[in-house]
Design a protein around this ligand. Sequence first.
Ligand code: GLN
Length: 262
Amino acid sequence: MKLKKILCALTAALMAMSLLAGCGGEKKAADSEAKNEMKVLRAAASVDFAPFEFQDETKKEYQGFDMDLIRAVGKEMGVKVEISNITFDGLIPALEAGNIDVIISGMTINDTRKKKVLFSDPYYESGLTMVVTAGNDTIKTFKDLEGKKIAVQIGTTSASECRKIKDAQVIELDTPSICFMELKAGNVDAVVNDRPVNDYFISQGFDGVKTLPERLTAEDYGIAINKNNPELQKKVNAALKKLKDNGEYKKIFDKWFAAKKG
Ligand code: GLN
Protein backbone atom coordinates (compact mmCIF):
# COMPACT_ATOMS: atom_id res chain seq x y z
CA MET A 1 0.00 0.00 0.00
CA LYS A 2 2.74 2.33 1.07
CA LEU A 3 4.77 1.42 -2.01
CA LYS A 4 1.77 2.11 -4.24
CA LYS A 5 1.41 5.57 -2.70
CA ILE A 6 5.08 6.32 -3.26
CA LEU A 7 4.86 5.14 -6.87
CA CYS A 8 1.76 7.25 -7.40
CA ALA A 9 3.46 10.35 -5.99
CA LEU A 10 6.54 9.68 -8.12
CA THR A 11 4.48 9.29 -11.28
CA ALA A 12 2.61 12.49 -10.51
CA ALA A 13 5.88 14.33 -9.92
CA LEU A 14 7.35 12.99 -13.16
CA MET A 15 4.25 13.99 -15.07
CA ALA A 16 4.36 17.47 -13.62
CA MET A 17 8.04 17.76 -14.51
CA SER A 18 7.51 16.64 -18.07
CA LEU A 19 4.61 19.04 -18.41
CA LEU A 20 6.78 21.90 -17.24
CA ALA A 21 9.55 20.82 -19.56
CA GLY A 22 6.98 20.69 -22.33
CA CYS A 23 5.88 24.20 -21.56
CA GLY A 24 9.46 25.47 -21.62
CA GLY A 25 10.01 23.79 -24.95
CA GLU A 26 6.95 25.37 -26.43
CA LYS A 27 7.93 28.76 -25.13
CA LYS A 28 11.37 28.41 -26.68
CA ALA A 29 9.82 27.44 -30.00
CA ALA A 30 7.48 30.44 -29.87
CA ASP A 31 10.38 32.77 -29.08
CA SER A 32 12.48 31.59 -31.97
CA GLU A 33 9.47 31.72 -34.26
CA ALA A 34 9.01 35.37 -33.33
CA LYS A 35 12.70 35.94 -33.99
CA ASN A 36 12.47 34.06 -37.28
CA GLU A 37 9.74 36.44 -38.42
CA MET A 38 12.18 39.27 -37.98
CA LYS A 39 15.04 37.58 -39.81
CA VAL A 40 13.91 38.68 -43.26
CA LEU A 41 12.44 42.00 -44.32
CA ARG A 42 10.47 41.46 -47.53
CA ALA A 43 10.73 44.72 -49.46
CA ALA A 44 9.38 45.55 -52.91
CA ALA A 45 9.90 48.24 -55.52
CA SER A 46 8.89 48.89 -59.08
CA VAL A 47 12.42 48.49 -60.38
CA ASP A 48 12.30 50.98 -63.27
CA PHE A 49 12.90 54.27 -61.53
CA ALA A 50 16.57 55.24 -61.79
CA PRO A 51 18.39 56.46 -59.77
CA PHE A 52 16.12 55.08 -57.01
CA GLU A 53 15.66 51.50 -58.25
CA PHE A 54 16.88 49.97 -61.47
CA GLN A 55 18.62 46.94 -62.92
CA ASP A 56 22.20 47.06 -64.12
CA GLU A 57 22.91 44.02 -66.30
CA THR A 58 26.48 43.89 -65.06
CA LYS A 59 25.34 43.55 -61.43
CA LYS A 60 23.39 40.82 -59.68
CA GLU A 61 21.55 43.03 -57.20
CA TYR A 62 19.06 45.81 -57.84
CA GLN A 63 20.79 49.19 -57.86
CA GLY A 64 19.81 52.66 -56.67
CA PHE A 65 19.32 55.01 -53.75
CA ASP A 66 16.22 53.22 -52.39
CA MET A 67 17.90 49.83 -52.76
CA ASP A 68 20.97 50.92 -50.78
CA LEU A 69 18.79 52.66 -48.22
CA ILE A 70 16.53 49.68 -47.50
CA ARG A 71 19.56 47.36 -47.23
CA ALA A 72 21.07 49.79 -44.71
CA VAL A 73 17.75 49.95 -42.80
CA GLY A 74 17.69 46.14 -42.70
CA LYS A 75 21.27 46.04 -41.44
CA GLU A 76 20.34 48.44 -38.63
CA MET A 77 17.37 46.24 -37.74
CA GLY A 78 19.51 43.10 -37.84
CA VAL A 79 17.47 41.49 -40.60
CA LYS A 80 18.21 40.26 -44.10
CA VAL A 81 16.52 42.25 -46.87
CA GLU A 82 14.87 40.53 -49.83
CA ILE A 83 13.69 42.79 -52.63
CA SER A 84 11.06 41.87 -55.20
CA ASN A 85 10.12 43.74 -58.34
CA ILE A 86 6.40 44.58 -58.62
CA THR A 87 4.75 47.08 -61.01
CA PHE A 88 3.99 50.36 -59.26
CA ASP A 89 0.22 49.94 -59.19
CA GLY A 90 0.62 46.44 -57.68
CA LEU A 91 2.76 47.51 -54.72
CA ILE A 92 0.07 48.64 -52.27
CA PRO A 93 -2.18 45.62 -53.02
CA ALA A 94 0.84 43.33 -52.35
CA LEU A 95 1.46 45.08 -49.04
CA GLU A 96 -2.20 44.86 -48.05
CA ALA A 97 -2.26 41.16 -48.92
CA GLY A 98 0.72 40.58 -46.60
CA ASN A 99 2.97 39.32 -49.41
CA ILE A 100 5.61 41.94 -48.57
CA ASP A 101 6.54 43.88 -45.40
CA VAL A 102 7.58 47.23 -46.87
CA ILE A 103 7.47 49.24 -50.11
CA ILE A 104 10.45 51.41 -51.00
CA SER A 105 9.82 52.71 -54.49
CA GLY A 106 10.10 56.49 -54.61
CA MET A 107 6.59 56.41 -53.19
CA THR A 108 5.11 59.79 -52.33
CA ILE A 109 3.49 60.13 -48.92
CA ASN A 110 -0.08 61.34 -49.44
CA ASP A 111 -3.49 61.17 -47.76
CA THR A 112 -5.03 58.78 -50.29
CA ARG A 113 -2.31 56.22 -49.63
CA LYS A 114 -2.34 56.87 -45.88
CA LYS A 115 -5.84 55.36 -45.83
CA LYS A 116 -4.28 52.06 -46.88
CA VAL A 117 -0.72 52.01 -45.51
CA LEU A 118 1.50 53.45 -42.79
CA PHE A 119 4.43 55.58 -43.92
CA SER A 120 7.86 55.98 -42.38
CA ASP A 121 9.23 59.44 -41.77
CA PRO A 122 10.05 61.16 -45.10
CA TYR A 123 13.42 60.14 -46.53
CA TYR A 124 13.67 62.17 -49.77
CA GLU A 125 12.23 65.48 -51.05
CA SER A 126 10.92 65.20 -54.59
CA GLY A 127 8.27 66.71 -56.85
CA LEU A 128 6.91 66.54 -60.38
CA THR A 129 8.38 68.13 -63.49
CA MET A 130 7.75 67.55 -67.18
CA VAL A 131 9.80 66.48 -70.15
CA VAL A 132 9.08 67.52 -73.77
CA THR A 133 10.94 67.02 -77.03
CA ALA A 134 14.01 69.24 -77.41
CA GLY A 135 12.51 71.21 -80.28
CA ASN A 136 9.20 71.95 -78.56
CA ASP A 137 8.81 75.68 -77.89
CA THR A 138 5.07 75.80 -77.37
CA ILE A 139 4.96 73.91 -74.05
CA LYS A 140 6.77 75.91 -71.40
CA THR A 141 4.62 75.59 -68.27
CA PHE A 142 2.08 73.14 -66.90
CA LYS A 143 -0.69 75.51 -68.02
CA ASP A 144 0.41 74.78 -71.61
CA LEU A 145 -0.52 71.11 -71.09
CA GLU A 146 -4.25 71.92 -71.27
CA GLY A 147 -5.80 69.87 -74.06
CA LYS A 148 -2.53 67.99 -74.63
CA LYS A 149 -1.60 64.31 -74.61
CA ILE A 150 0.51 63.43 -71.56
CA ALA A 151 2.25 60.14 -70.72
CA VAL A 152 2.55 59.17 -67.04
CA GLN A 153 3.41 56.05 -65.08
CA ILE A 154 0.32 54.14 -63.96
CA GLY A 155 -0.84 54.56 -60.35
CA THR A 156 1.49 57.47 -59.61
CA THR A 157 0.99 60.99 -58.32
CA SER A 158 1.81 62.16 -61.87
CA ALA A 159 -1.27 60.30 -63.08
CA SER A 160 -3.58 61.80 -60.46
CA GLU A 161 -2.15 65.33 -60.86
CA CYS A 162 -2.38 65.29 -64.66
CA ARG A 163 -6.00 64.19 -64.52
CA LYS A 164 -6.68 67.64 -63.00
CA ILE A 165 -5.31 69.45 -66.09
CA LYS A 166 -8.15 70.78 -68.22
CA ASP A 167 -8.95 68.68 -71.30
CA ALA A 168 -5.65 66.82 -71.08
CA GLN A 169 -5.55 63.27 -72.39
CA VAL A 170 -3.62 61.26 -69.81
CA ILE A 171 -2.03 58.03 -71.05
CA GLU A 172 -1.04 55.70 -68.18
CA LEU A 173 1.86 53.39 -69.02
CA ASP A 174 3.75 50.77 -67.01
CA THR A 175 7.12 52.50 -66.59
CA PRO A 176 8.72 55.93 -67.05
CA SER A 177 11.00 54.44 -69.75
CA ILE A 178 7.96 53.52 -71.84
CA CYS A 179 6.63 57.08 -71.32
CA PHE A 180 9.90 58.55 -72.63
CA MET A 181 9.85 56.23 -75.65
CA GLU A 182 6.33 57.38 -76.45
CA LEU A 183 7.48 61.00 -76.24
CA LYS A 184 10.40 60.37 -78.57
CA ALA A 185 8.15 58.52 -81.00
CA GLY A 186 5.92 61.61 -81.12
CA ASN A 187 2.90 59.77 -79.69
CA VAL A 188 2.50 62.18 -76.76
CA ASP A 189 3.23 65.88 -76.17
CA ALA A 190 4.86 65.56 -72.75
CA VAL A 191 5.86 63.20 -69.96
CA VAL A 192 5.11 64.18 -66.36
CA ASN A 193 7.20 62.32 -63.82
CA ASP A 194 9.32 62.75 -60.67
CA ARG A 195 12.02 65.42 -61.07
CA PRO A 196 15.09 63.41 -59.96
CA VAL A 197 14.13 60.60 -62.33
CA ASN A 198 13.62 62.99 -65.26
CA ASP A 199 16.97 64.65 -64.54
CA TYR A 200 18.76 61.32 -64.26
CA PHE A 201 17.25 60.06 -67.51
CA ILE A 202 18.56 63.07 -69.40
CA SER A 203 21.95 62.98 -67.62
CA GLN A 204 22.34 59.39 -68.85
CA GLY A 205 22.33 60.57 -72.45
CA PHE A 206 18.68 60.11 -73.45
CA ASP A 207 18.77 62.83 -76.11
CA GLY A 208 16.17 64.67 -78.15
CA VAL A 209 14.22 65.67 -75.03
CA LYS A 210 14.48 68.37 -72.37
CA THR A 211 13.15 68.81 -68.87
CA LEU A 212 11.39 72.04 -67.93
CA PRO A 213 12.15 73.82 -64.64
CA GLU A 214 8.61 74.37 -63.32
CA ARG A 215 7.59 72.04 -60.51
CA LEU A 216 3.97 70.98 -60.41
CA THR A 217 4.19 69.64 -56.83
CA ALA A 218 6.56 69.17 -53.92
CA GLU A 219 6.41 65.60 -52.60
CA ASP A 220 8.14 63.55 -49.92
CA TYR A 221 9.03 59.89 -50.33
CA GLY A 222 8.34 57.45 -47.51
CA ILE A 223 8.68 53.72 -46.90
CA ALA A 224 5.21 52.17 -46.82
CA ILE A 225 4.34 49.57 -44.17
CA ASN A 226 1.26 47.41 -43.58
CA LYS A 227 -1.48 49.27 -41.68
CA ASN A 228 -1.53 46.56 -39.01
CA ASN A 229 2.16 46.79 -38.24
CA PRO A 230 2.92 49.99 -36.28
CA GLU A 231 5.74 48.08 -34.55
CA LEU A 232 7.57 47.73 -37.86
CA GLN A 233 6.94 51.41 -38.60
CA LYS A 234 8.68 52.28 -35.31
CA LYS A 235 11.64 50.04 -36.13
CA VAL A 236 12.00 51.47 -39.64
CA ASN A 237 11.87 55.03 -38.30
CA ALA A 238 14.44 54.22 -35.62
CA ALA A 239 16.74 52.72 -38.27
CA LEU A 240 16.29 55.73 -40.59
CA LYS A 241 17.09 58.10 -37.74
CA LYS A 242 20.21 56.13 -36.86
CA LEU A 243 21.38 56.20 -40.49
CA LYS A 244 20.86 59.97 -40.60
CA ASP A 245 22.70 60.45 -37.29
CA ASN A 246 25.67 58.22 -38.13
CA GLY A 247 26.30 59.67 -41.60
CA GLU A 248 25.36 56.50 -43.50
CA TYR A 249 22.29 58.18 -45.10
CA LYS A 250 24.50 61.01 -46.38
CA LYS A 251 26.97 58.53 -47.85
CA ILE A 252 24.17 56.81 -49.78
CA PHE A 253 22.70 60.15 -50.85
CA ASP A 254 26.05 61.41 -52.13
CA LYS A 255 26.67 58.16 -54.00
CA TRP A 256 23.53 58.69 -56.10
CA PHE A 257 23.05 62.46 -56.17
CA ALA A 258 25.83 64.77 -55.02
CA ALA A 259 28.45 62.71 -56.83
CA LYS A 260 26.63 63.05 -60.15
CA LYS A 261 28.22 66.34 -61.16
CA GLY A 262 28.57 66.98 -64.86
N1 GLN B 1 6.54 59.49 -56.52
C1 GLN B 1 5.56 59.02 -57.43
C2 GLN B 1 4.43 58.37 -56.70
O1 GLN B 1 4.54 58.04 -55.57
C3 GLN B 1 6.13 58.04 -58.47
C4 GLN B 1 6.78 56.84 -57.89
C5 GLN B 1 7.26 55.82 -58.89
O2 GLN B 1 6.91 55.85 -60.05
N2 GLN B 1 8.06 54.89 -58.48
O3 GLN B 1 3.39 58.19 -57.25
